[in-house]
Design a protein around this ligand. Structure first.
Ligand code: ZN
Length: 398
């Protein structure tokens, strides 16, 4: 006589006791005599979340593997998505002599719905394991570091000379979220160094053009295009969503603004600047190392501050410095190695020398010193040597 699925479940219910979510939760919270929870769902279901402390044995392997995880006299609660598969699985275990087996009523779904805690395992997917194999093999990165990168968020100021290589390598590295702040469009004169853009994207917003390149390189990366200039009015909202700032700005007002905002939000700032054959780089870790104003308390006189637009820049120099920034950002995100915090690295591409200057935190720094007041100002006017307003920022984290 054929029996329906409903008949099978009904018969199983007569043999197998059910454990309620509330009972399991309170026994799990007590610790001590908590039963072993065996989750019999499929791998992809388990990967999306499960009861903390439970062990995973997919239904198809249950009879073969149960001896490895539990003894016949042990108390076991079987769990699945809704409480049906676990009920039938419990019948099988009872036939094997496991007498203290029950089934979790309503399964993991009811467990979640009733607000109980649950774990999502941190694991690379098979395609990610292949893509990031060369990172996973490095002990300092490994699977856990790669997962950290995938969960991290980098904000790039500028998708130009420095931002192009930095964004490209951060995307390749699997930094999960990359924000691109740039209000400019791709120009033919950018292509000598801004390698993330292409000839057929001349005229397109730089953020959009970079997004196309990044999406083509690595679909794991979420790209946020911020098509505006960073200002004192938007910078705090912007930084709230990111773990590190990569400053690829080509002007002093933005550098000083980012420094102040990095201190206010305690967001690490990876700095670089470039001109002709010379590049500078450093890392500013708020209140741990020096900040940009410990190095340069005041902007240079306007006539002493040439821009790349006027003085020119070697395209390759942007690649070297942007990649140094990407490297430092990754170290900051992973908390590994020695960053450039406390050091100013100077690269002379023509002489091919790297020089390092020690930089100390200035106890009288107007931005990060103990008596400093966190404040925004009119950075354009300040850097142009004009009188300007200074506004203290209340509520900033200091
Ligand atoms: Zn400082």
């Amino acid at each position: 006589m054929a029996r329906s699925y409903q008949d099978l479940l009904a018969a199983a219910r007569e043999q197998v006791p059910e454990t309620q979510v509330a009972e399991l939760a309170s026994r799990a919270a007590d610790g001590g005599d908590a039963p072993l929870v065996v989750d019999v769902r499929e791998q992809h279901e388990w990967d999306e979340g499960h009861i903390p402390g439970s062990v995973h044995v997919p239904r198809g392997f249950l009879e073969g593997r149960i001896a490895g995880v539990a003894s016949p006299d042990q108390e076991i609660v079987l769990s699945c998505a809704s409480g049906n598969r676990s009920l039938l699985a419990a019948v099988a275990l009872r036939q094997m002599g496991y007498e203290h087996v029950s089934s979790l009523a309503g399964g993991f779904t009811r467990w979640k719905q009733s607000g109980q805690p649950w774990d999502v395992p941190r694991k690379l997917t098979a395609p990610q394991r292949a893509r990031y194999a060369r990172h996973v093999s490095i002990p300092e990165v490994g699977e856990s570091g790669q997962l950290d990168l995938l969960g991290s968020r980098a904000l790039l100021i500028g998708a130009g000379g420095l931002g192009s290589p930095a964004a490209y390598y951060l995307a390749a590295a699997g930094v999960g979220t990359i924000g691109l702040v740039d209000d400019d469009v791709v120009d033919e004169s950018n292509l000598q160094r801004q390698i993330i853009h292409t000839t057929d994207r001349v005229g397109m917003l730089k953020g959009e053009s970079a997004k196309i390149a990044i999406n083509a390189l690595n679909p794991d990366v979420q790209v946020n295009v911020h098509p505006f200039r960073v200002t004192k009015d938007n910078v705090l909202d912007l930084l709230a969503d990111y773990d590190v700032i990569v400053d690829g700005a080509d002007n002093f007002p933005t550098r000083y603004l980012l420094n102040d905002a990095s201190l206010m939000t305690r967001t690490p700032l990876v700095h670089a600047s470039i001109l002709r054959f010379e590049g500078h780089a450093s890392v500013f870790l708020p209140y741990e190392g020096p900040c940009y104003r410990c190095l340069f308390p005041e902007p240079p006189p306007p006539d002493m501050a040439p821009s790349c637009g006027e003085a020119g820049v070697l395209g390759v120099l942007c690649g070297v410095m942007g990649n140094i920034q990407a490297n430092e950002a990754i170290k900051v995100l992973l908390g590994i190695g020695d960053t450039l915090s406390g050091r100013l690295l100077i690269y002379d591409a023509l002489g091919m020398t790297f020089t390092e200057l020690k930089v100390r935190r200035d106890p009288n720094c107007p931005a990060c010193g103990p008596d400093a007041q966190l404040e925004f100002r009119d950075y354009d006017a300040w850097c142009a040597g004009r009188p300007h307003e200074v506004e203290p920022v209340a509520g900033a984290r200091s």
